[in-house]
Design a protein around this ligand. Sequence first.
Ligand SMILES: NC(=O)c1ccc[n+]([C@@H]2O[C@H](COP(=O)([O-])OP(=O)(O)OC[C@H]3O[C@@H](n4cnc5c(N)ncnc54)[C@H](O)[C@@H]3O)[C@@H](O)[C@H]2O)c1
Length: 256
Amino acid sequence: MSRMLEGKVVLVTGGGSGIGRATAAAMAREGARVAVADLSQEGIEATVALINSAGGQGIAITGDVAEETDVANMVARTVAAFGRIDCAFNNAGVSGRAVGPTGQRLHELAQSSVAKMFAVNLMGVFLCLKHEITQMLAQGGGGAIVNTSSIAGLIGLATSGHYVAAKHGVVGLTKTAAIEYASDGIRVNCVNPGYIQTPMTDEMMKTRHDEIMAKVPVRRLGRADEIAEAVVWMCSDKASFMTGAVHLVDGGYCAA
Ligand SMILES: NC(=O)c1ccc[n+]([C@@H]2O[C@H](COP(=O)([O-])OP(=O)(O)OC[C@H]3O[C@@H](n4cnc5c(N)ncnc54)[C@H](O)[C@@H]3O)[C@@H](O)[C@H]2O)c1
């Protein structure tokens, strides 16, 4: 059977852990050469080792998606190693826990926490789109980009106002990019995971597992590979008519 991303070059941000790692590995399995970018050097080295030990080709790039020079470097290093970028998965992100105290309603959130959240989860996606699309336009031949939003990109979640706003913003960037670059053959979609078992949710699940599971119709956390398979498909030519779309992979959370 032919592989879904045979010969493609992909850039995955947040590839050092969780959903990004699972997706980078799945993309390599489907024939892509993968540039794995993340703040965490240790994380990306482990992901690249996983890819290379399975017979794939991966490179590791450290950088912060909130810094434009780092994002430009991620794109430049990918092109230097593999010659082009066909697909990108803009997935790096942080939870509320990483930017300040948890459990705060909007009036309690510090401006600095909100600014940090927006810098990574929204500006980071903007900067990646900007530099990836610039490269795709220059090389020609189109491309496919998937941004990681969340169920929080479609509904409100109490005490996560900054996360919710950033993830709604990712949906807006996705739709706008899809319209602006459709005529260039560049497809832009987003994936909206529900609660997935990754290091990001480990702490939260220690205290809120039962409360959250009561709201998930399938009554379990999703696995990172269940997001990865959807992203691989969205990046592949099998999704050739799909752009500007929002894809819930949430165990039915938003349907309930
Ligand atoms: N786990 C979930 O339940 C869930 C649900 C919905 C959406 N998401 C989103 O999925 C994405 C991946 O999350 P995950 O669950 O795999 O979490 P994770 O914490 O396992 O992985 C996130 C990765 O992003 C990296 N990262 C963080 N800030 C960065 C920055 N400024 N520059 C570069 N890399 C950075 C981290 O180092 C980490 O390796 C995030 O955007 C998250 O918001 C997760």
